[in-house]
Design a protein around this ligand. Structure first.
Ligand code: GTP
Ligand code: MG
Length: 561
């Protein structure tokens, strides 16, 4: 017994029994796996698994009291002769002209009726169905009750239809008895195209060296030894290889016993399906590798994408406009009243871009009017930078998992690209740039500027009134003085000087505030763009990776033997 067989024996029980419930669970997991990967992986690699799920569902819902055993082999090996000999009736024509059998025959041990639905599914025509139960037999055939024996056409037939029929039936039956003869037991097609494909099914495979009556006992041993060697090379170690003869009933003893054991165990159908699940799971394992990275699409990749999207969405332009708007509004609030008036004639840089300067609209989604900016469309270079970073997201996600997933990840990363420009524009338009509230010091500075201006105006008015009085020859005011300087002059010059001084002192403060406002706006805009990047590019990629992770889990259950 090989190591693998020993391990398998330990897992499934020493007699290699397959637990029906466990098999159903594996099949359910296989169906779940297929549901998960179907939207993402190419159909071609999943056909066998889909076929198996459907076939297993059908077989398990049909009679488990019957075991379908097929006699398969090349033309003239004696399948029909063995079929008749086992049934002890002449049911399937044996011929000299090859190939003889073109259509499968079935013999049911026990009543036919309960096996009919199974035979319908297998596709044996009603007129090719026979029963092996007669009152004359007594209990002779009781040990085989439940056996459905099929005589297949030849697999290496010159008739294409025969080969197709054999291939179809070999996919459905519970157990296969390969019938070989002393001349052709080493046939390349038999071993390469058939027996090797059955290596997952060694527990439901029997090989018989038929026409052994033509060999001496010593030669039979030699041929059997050689046959076993070939079977080992096919990966069918431990498969029974028995000598039989359809012409000598005494030489059918071992085969009959093997069939009786199969029928009694009622395990063949489960073993067959379990072997199929093993084979399919092995094939699917190439589609699943290590778990997807915890941080599937890392921060650096998202940051790079957000950067490219920010540039294409005009974030730097909006940040620059915010700097301009801050300066514009600060001067309009804190400058000399005359300067303010001139300022107000010029457009606000943010309003020029049709950007919200108030807090974002809090009305529920759907009711809010679609915000639009007047930012220029992204140019070709910016678009290609976006394309590159979107590809980088897909590539990063695809890196640790099998390459078969790469097209799905790439398609997912691009799936919402069409909606991206609008989403970005909306994000930029609705981001609170932090420009809705007027800083308190602007008001204070604005009031002071008024105060200085009024002071200067009062001084000027006073002086003008003094001149007027003098011109009219009226008695002049006695202007109060502060030190040597008359008060009106002091008021005029002081008001003007203080106003100019304050404007001078405030300039660097306004510039600093403007830069800070620009940085804050840029940060908020980048945050909003990152959200869009996550929703429109990263989320669809994550969805595929999520499918991968769940499929990986499902496959673990499918593979548990
Ligand atoms: N001596 C001897 N001849 C056999 C034995 N089995 C079959 N034959 C002969 O071999 C020839 C072919 O037998 P079939 O049973 O028709 O072979 P088959 O495998 O059904 O062939 P196809 O239907 O063409 O695929 C017939 O002439 C049989 O009499 C056997 O065990 N011993
Ligand atoms: Mg035949």
């Amino acid at each position: 017994m090989s190591l693998i067989e020993k391990v398998r024996g330990a897992l499934t029980g020493t007699d290699g029994r397959v637990d029906a419930e466990e098999l159903v669970q594996r099949l359910e997991s296989l169906a779940k796996f297929l549901r998960l990967v179907d939207p993402y992986l190419p159909d071609a690699g999943l056909v066998a698994a889909h076929t198996l799920v459907e076939r297993a569902g059908n077989r398990l819902s049909l009679s488990r009291d019957h075991t379908v055993v097929a006699l398969a082999g090349s033309t003239g090996s004696g399948k029909s002769s063995l079929f008749n000999a086992l049934a002890r009736l002449k049911l399937s024509p044996v011929g000299v002209r090859r190939p003889t059998t073109g259509i499968a025959h079935a013999c049911v041990w026990g009543p036919l009726e309960p096996a009919n639905r199974l035979l319908d599914w297998i596709g044996v025509l009603p007129r090719q169905r026979f029963i092996r139960e007669s009152a004359l037999d007594g209990d002779d055939e009781a040990a085989l009750r439940g056996l459905v024996l099929l005589d297949l056409p030849d697999f290496d037939s010159v008739e294409r239809s025969h080969r197709l029929e054999v291939d179809r039936l070999l996919g459905l039956v519970d157990q296969v008895v390969w019938v070989v003869d002393p001349q052709k037991y080493g046939d390349r097609v038999l071993h390469n195209a058939y027996l090797r494909q059955f290596k997952q099914h060694s527990d439901i495979t029997i090989v018989v060296l038929n026409q052994a009556d033509r060999l001496s006992p010593a030669d039979t041993e030699i041929v059997l030894t050689d046959l076993k060697r070939l079977l080992e090379e096919d990966g069918l170690t431990g498969v029974p290889a028995l000598a039989t003869s359809a012409k000598q009933p005494g030489m059918l003893h071992e085969l009959r016993e093997a069939l009786e054991k199969t029928v009694a165990e009622r395990q063949a159908s489960l073993r067959r399906l379990a072997g199929d699940v093993d084979a399919v799971a092995e094939q699917l394992a190439t589609m699943i590798g290590p778990p997807a990275a915890e941080d599937e699409v890392d921060r650096a990749t998202v940051r790079q994408l957000a950067h490219a999207l920010s540039t294409s969405a005009g974030v730097p332009a909006v940040a620059a406009a915010t700097v301009g708007a801050y300066r514009h509004r600060a001067i309009a609030s804190t400058g000399w009243p005359l300067v303010r008036a001139v300022r107000k004639l010029r457009p606000d840089p943010l309003k020029r871009l049709h950007l919200s300067t108030d807090k974002p609209d809090s009305s529920p989604i759907g009711e809010a009017p679609v915000a639009r900016t007047s930012l220029p469309q992204a140019d070709a270079a910016q678009k290609s930078a976006v394309g590159l970073s979107v590809r980088a997201v897909a590539a990063r996600a695809a890196a640790p998992i099998p390459p078969v997933w790469a097209p799905a990840l790439s398609a997912a990363s691009r799936s919402r690209l069409g909606d991206l420009p609008d989403a970005l524009d909306r994000a930029v338009a609705t981001t609170d740039l932090g420009m809705s509230r007027k800083p308190f010091w602007w008001t204070v500075a604005g009031l002071l500027q008024w105060l200085f201006t009024i002071t200067a105006v009062v001084g000027l008015g006073w002086l003008l009134a003094g001149y007027a009085v003098r011109i009219l020859g009226l008695p002049a005011f006695d202007n109060p003085r502060v030190g040597e300087v008359p008060l009106p002059t002091l008021l005029l010059l002081g008001g003007l000087l203080l106003g100019a001084l304050m404007a001078l002192v405030l300039r660097p403060i306004v510039n600093l505030g403007a830069r800070r406002a620009g940085r804050r706006a840029e940060q908020r805009l980048r945050g909003a763009v990152t959200e869009v990047a996550r929703e429109y590019v990263v989320a669809p990629v994550r969805e595929v990776l999520n499918g991968y992770a769940q499929a990986r889990e499902a496959l673990t259950v499918v593979r548990s033997e």
